[in-house]
Write a protein that binds this ligand. Structure first.
Ligand SMILES: N[C@@H](CCC(=O)N[C@@H](CS)C(=O)NCC(=O)O)C(=O)O
Length: 268
């Protein structure tokens, strides 16, 4: 049995926070899921699985209306799922037998690091480093909130100038802090080795790159891409760090194909 099971729509860079961490520290993570649209036809449970056609009727009492991302969809979440995952979101992680639910991708990633702490220092060498890593995870979540609102508006075709401006500001605040933390020539956000802070940064940054696939929509609205071609010159250390991480042996299997696909859409 895996140390941790994660259920989510796939592909999802927020799930990769955990799978990347797992490669560093030898923890076994099982991932279950399907593309976002197909999750409407899944049973949301520790034992998540596609529903048979007749179950959509027999289990209709479980149907709950999605609120974030899967807005308006009828999602079949079991009572046990809601007990383990009180906010009802994915990625949803579970300890063995599904008894303990862990939610929020940063916390799922922390769970992996804690399970594998004898084999890695991903969560820092001491209480001070661990807390500094938490600081990066907290600011990343603040950025992730605005990024999520922006990306969902882009994918739903509802983006407007206000949502765009808020995301641009959120990106500028986040990237400026990362740039400062990497100055003058640091290759890790905390201490000397890679940590959960770097993993979280790489995952959230790659997710934000979905903007590249929506350039046409932004253009029609008279809005610039936040990740416009010259943005790399504004945050050179940040982009160089991201490029290094994408090539890293533990990041590459998840991130590289995803990032390459999005870069192809950007024409960069
Ligand atoms: N900050 C969370 C984001 C989780 C989240 O918002 N998940 C959405 C999909 S993008 C969801 O599960 N929605 C299900 C629903 O609305 O019922 C994380 O990093 O894990």
């Amino acid at each position: 049995m895996a140390d941790l099971r994660i259920f989510s729509y796939l592909p999802n860079p927020r799930v990769w926070k955990a799978t990347i961490a797992a490669r560093f520290c030898g923890v076994e993570v099982e991932v279950r899921g399907a593309p976002p649209k197909e999750l409407r036809d899944w049973l949301w449970d520790y034992d998540a699985r596609p529903l048979a056609e007749h179950e959509r009727v027999s289990l209709s009492s479980l149907a709950r209306t999605g609120r974030v991302g899967l807005t308006g969809s009828q999602l079949f979440k079991t009572d046990a799922f809601m007990e383990a995952q009180p906010f009802g979101n994915v990625p949803a992680a579970f300890g063995p037998n599904g008894e303990i639910g862990i939610f929020e991708s940063n916390s799922i990633m922390r769970a992996v690091a804690r399970l594998g702490e004898s084999k890695s220092t991903l969560y820092g060498h001491d209480a001070y480093e661990a807390s500094r890593i938490d600081s990066f995870l907290d600011v990343s979540l603040v950025f992730a909130r605005d990024s999520q609102i922006y990306l969902l508006a882009l994918s739903g075709g509802t983006v407007d100038a206000a949502v765009h401006a808020r995301a641009r500001e959120a990106f500028a605040i986040y990237a400026s802090g990362i740039e400062q933390a990497l100055s003058p020539r640091r290759e890790a956000l905390v201490g000397t080795g890679l940590s959960l802070a770097d993993i979280c940064f790489a995952a959230e940054f790659s997710l934000f790159m979905n903007e590249h696939a929506r350039a046409e929509q932004l253009h029609k609205l008279g809005l610039d891409r936040i990740l416009h071609p010259a943005v790399q010159d504004e945050y050179p250390r940040t982009f160089a760090h991201f490029a290094r991480l994408v090539e890293h042996v533990h990041f590459q299997p998840d991130l590289k194909p995803y990032v390459e696909k999005l870069l192809a859409k950007a024409g960069n």
